[in-house]
Design a protein around this ligand. Sequence first.
Ligand code: NAP
Ligand code: G4F
Length: 339
Amino acid sequence: MKKALITGINGQDGSYLAELLLSKNYKVFGLMRRKSKLDYGNIKHIKDKIEIIYGDMTDIVSLINAVKLSQPDEVYNLAAQSFVATSWEQPIATSEIDALGVTNLLEAIRTIKPEAKFYQASTSEMYGLVQEIPQSENTKFYPRSPYGVAKLYGHWITVNYRESYNMYACSGILFNHESERRGKEFVTRKITDTVARIKLGLLDVLELGNMSAKRDWGHSKDYVKAMWLMLQQEKADDYVVASGETHEVREFVSSAFKAVGMDIEFKGTGIDEIGVDKATQKTVVKVNPKYFRPSEVELLLGSPEKAERELNWEREISFNELVKLMVENDIKLVGEEIL
Ligand code: NAP
Ligand code: G4F
């Protein structure tokens, strides 16, 4: 039986990856932070099948302990302060977790179980002010947020430990991936949750920031398969995982309203832009400048060509299916709240 250690197991990706590895008969260990009130988050339904180890990416002692206890064949480092907007408010914490935390974990592995295979959750945010369209493994990085900068360190230290110590260490450069388990602060889930509340009469308006930003969105379930595939190869390498399509935030909004039978027309520009329900002529979308970022990543579009060719990875859930799954799930959850 293979053993895997997943950091950030209770997050969106951690939960789907744990399900995938359990289905492949792995013994799964999950690193979680201690909370004042015990909350298993996204792994409530599988917590009894997982061995939880308490620890923190900023505390190398806890990571050494986690590697000692689990003796893993594979380590997936998914733990991060993952919300870009927060990285301007907490740049030091973000760096300690997302940058130095990676070195802490690599050192713990190098000391205790250097033959373990390692996956680092790198990100398309590292491309930031994109230097090329589409972005591939060879595109130059230009991060635009403290989060992007910290993740770029995590990426290079992973490459460096592979080259310095011959460790099997991979960096997966994943483009945005969402799901029914996405945190509600991220734009997709904020949209689907608010659309559900508007449809059910609990809210009137969805307030957003930059609706012109373009993202390459996929479903987390598809993307965790690529993480696993990266650790099943003969040689460690880095891979872009993306849908190969880009959509404006505005398109996600239209598509989410369409999923509940509402047709939206956008009027005006910049901070005066509004989204109007064609049937009632009511304003249901507004811009609120408080959601603008100090510097923005305007366009992400990834090329998954290498992952498709070398890992045989393919995505199964399309953009429209993703939006529909998320909206239907939020209609159900919000409906249950008001029962
Ligand atoms: P997520 O839902 O925010 O999960 C992040 C996890 O990290 C949570 O379990 C969180 O635990 C944990 N964590 C945060 N700080 C920690 C610390 N100091 N020590 C230990 N654990 C800590 O993020 P996700 O969407 O699943 O993303 C997984 C990884 O992929 C992240 O590294 C993210 O940066 C990266 N990534 C995500 C995307 C995407 O579009 N989703 C794209 C590219 C890369 P708490 O519950 O205690 O906060
Ligand atoms: O959903 P977002 O917060 O995701 P963002 O910043 O792209 O980051 C996500 O994807 C990265 C991969 O590229 C991950 F590494 C990272 O961990 C995270 O998972 O914002 C998407 C876009 C941005 O351009 C933002 O400015 O939506 C725009 N936006 C417009 N209005 C908004 C809002 N974002 C949020 N969160 N809330 C708004 O009201």
